[in-house]
Design a protein around this ligand. Structure first.
Ligand code: NI
Length: 132
């Protein structure tokens, strides 16, 4: 373990403490480590699109939209190597919510997520990429 001493201006320090409180960090060190890990993970992901990652994809869709349910299932079957798990819930008479856990090369996970999100009837699609 190394000890780093950093200098930042008062306003930034105040904002950092506020961010720390909002996110529930017990101390500055843990908040800083998490921010650094996130940045490093992003950098690795951008530099190496073949790097393995876990993707959590969530979206809402209208199950009355013609053929959409079966098209979404078909896409998941087609990429069964990437799709670890799918959770489906019936939100209302019209709407379903699905969360897919994907695992594989970053570029493949992103491509599958984008093709799901861009389907007509799919709304609020979000992909969370977690570096491994
Ligand atoms: Ni449903």
């Amino acid at each position: 373990m190394q000890r780093l001493t950093i200098s930042i201006d008062d306003q930034l320090a105040q904002q950092f403490d506020e961010l720390m409180r909002r996110k529930g960090y017990a101390n500055r060190s843990e908040a800083f480590r998490d921010m650094l890990r996130r940045e490093l993970g992003e950098m690795a992901r951008e530099n190496d699109k073949s790097a393995e990652c876990v993707g959590v994809l969530s979206y809402i869709y209208d199950h009355h939209e013609r053929q959409l349910s079966s098209r979404l299932a078909e896409m998941q079957h087609h990429h069964h190597g990437l799709t670890v798990s799918t959770m489906h819930a019936h939100l209302s008479h019209d709407e379903c919510v699905e969360t897919l856990i994907l695992n594989g090369a970053t570029d493949e996970v992103e491509a599958l997520a984008e093709s799901v999100i861009s389907q007509t009837g799919v709304r609020h699609g979000r992909l969370n990429l977690i570096p491994r």
